[in-house]
Design a protein around this ligand. Sequence first.
Ligand SMILES: [Zn+2]
Length: 236
Amino acid sequence: MFPLKYLKRGYKDVLNILYPRFCLSCNKLLQDSEREICHVCQADLHLTGFDYLNGNPVYEKLSAIVNIERATALYLFDKSGVIQELIHNLKYNNHPEIGNFFAQTALDYLSNPGFFTGVDYIVPVPLHPKKQRWRGYNQMTEFGRNLENFFSVPYSEKILIRQIYTESQTKKNALQRRENVKNAFRILQATNYTGKHFVIIDDVITTGATVEACAETILNTIPHSKVSILALTMVL
Ligand SMILES: [Zn+2]
């Protein structure tokens, strides 16, 4: 009889022809053994190694300003590297599925320290509706939905909303960034969430001003709430 492994092999070859998969960073055709990213690009990605709950550099930076429980980032941000390309494709090139890749990293990496233990909701840094229409999606949605599946914590885009359209933060210094986003966010139906613990998810933490403003909005509006922060990447 024809061995099953050859049938499987043939099936995979047909799938590769019908549905070729490409590296989410460099766009090269992926091999069977590669998931969303090719091995060459994978080798250029640097995990932060901050897989402990607090006391790490992300926690130190953010907790100096806002009262958070836990904080971490998955990868180190490098302006000329693969990570920059991935974030750019996620935000601007209509590749929301890159969020799946990051969620898999979170699963591999944050399950053991129990980052999501006791957490009630996962919320993204919200986009203003105008910006979301223009982009067509919130770049954190796929990441958030996958985290919901992996860690059994509900993901919601209807709790924390952006009420003010803010200019881009990229050319501003830390103080200007803080001023720019100070009153940008609002909570819908705050009393429904009394005592809950939220994980705010964000793509890149630079000064941390945006995510801090989100955390402060939650803590100041929702009685007895707690906040933790998880970023895809961090600029050290
Ligand atoms: Zn690649």
